[in-house]
Ligand binder design. Sequence first.
Ligand SMILES: Nc1nc2c(ncn2[C@@H]2O[C@H](COP(=O)(O)OP(=O)(O)OP(=O)(O)O)[C@@H](O)[C@H]2O)c(=O)[nH]1
Ligand SMILES: [Zn+2]
Length: 362
Amino acid sequence: MNTSKLKQQLPDTRACHGRNSPPDTGDDAKEAIARVTAVDRGQYVITNAQGEVPAKLTGRNLYISESPVDLPCVGDWVRVSYHDAGAHASILEVLPRTSFLRRKRPGSGIGFQMIAANIDVAFIVQSCHFDFNVRRLERYLVMTSEGHIEPIVLLTKIDLIRPEALEQLISTIRGAGIGARVIPISNVSGSGIDQLRALIESGKTYCLLGSSGVGKTTLVNRLTGHASRATNAVSHSGEGRHTTTRRQLVALEGGGFLVDMPGMRELGVLGVSEGIDDSFADLQARSLNCHFSNCTHASEPGCAIRDAIARNEVDAAQFQSYLKLKKESEYLEMTHHEKRQKDRNFGKLVRSVMKSKRRQDE
Ligand SMILES: Nc1nc2c(ncn2[C@@H]2O[C@H](COP(=O)(O)OP(=O)(O)OP(=O)(O)O)[C@@H](O)[C@H]2O)c(=O)[nH]1
Ligand SMILES: [Zn+2]
């Protein structure tokens, strides 16, 4: 990943008047304001004009923030103090956010968790080929509107459908009363990519939301000018620990920034997972014809899905996306369940301790 690009751009970002320039704190000490570019289990990486620095929340801040939404997240502008000649930083304060992406905290009926902050534009990505689903689109739009983020709809893989079919999709979107800008693109033919590039403004922050397999990675590689995201990691060692965190805020060509977190791309993680089954209604319906009711469509005999793929009635790649999404949402449910189980066990433990204590007291 091109670190120097991000470094060079930070001072520019401060100078420009984009909405997500750091707020003016009336303080000229540049190094005291930085942006959170990666978060990994309580470890932070911040980027200032000099580069990336591992950072920690100060103890005081840990205790003051009574809600997880107050904790720093990717994209936050933070006030920091440096130590060890600038090699480490302490986050003193999160500056007010102009926008945010959040999700419900798994396992808790109420309460949110921040995913990213200070995003100007969210590209909501749907593929014209199999993935398109207007209700899921609506759910993403609710999310961006709650977070004060401007949505732009990207319809990908237009090379796989006829122009009339694309017109039809766009009128479905308009018919649902969605007024957001729609840009049809193809990563294969390159159609629409220049229009998209031209939209990217220096100093603004963007994100991509959309199901697995719609072409987000391919697009990110085009927009960052990199062939691969594999080397996109930041190492930071703090207090004897050596960890590597993938950079979650990356520089785009033309001076924009992109929030690129593995988790935020997935529907389940964002809490939009109800959309999974209706967008894959065809697969769902076909799977009812599998010989075994609990068919995993892997190798069981009489599998209606594999038969349909063999007859070219179902797209194999689409089916892979379906399996992947299923697995992700099941995984989320599982961890939620495990957490609840753990809470119950803990509750039992507390009750039994209290009971024996009461007995002792008597
Ligand atoms: N025909 C066609 N194929 C595309 C296009 N964009 C991406 N693909 C292909 O679609 C597949 C999935 O693309 P990715 O970029 O990995 O999709 P993704 O949204 O990043 O998927 P995840 O990484 O699972 O979130 C790849 O095989 C791409 O080559 C496109 O515009 N047209
Ligand atoms: Zn099957």
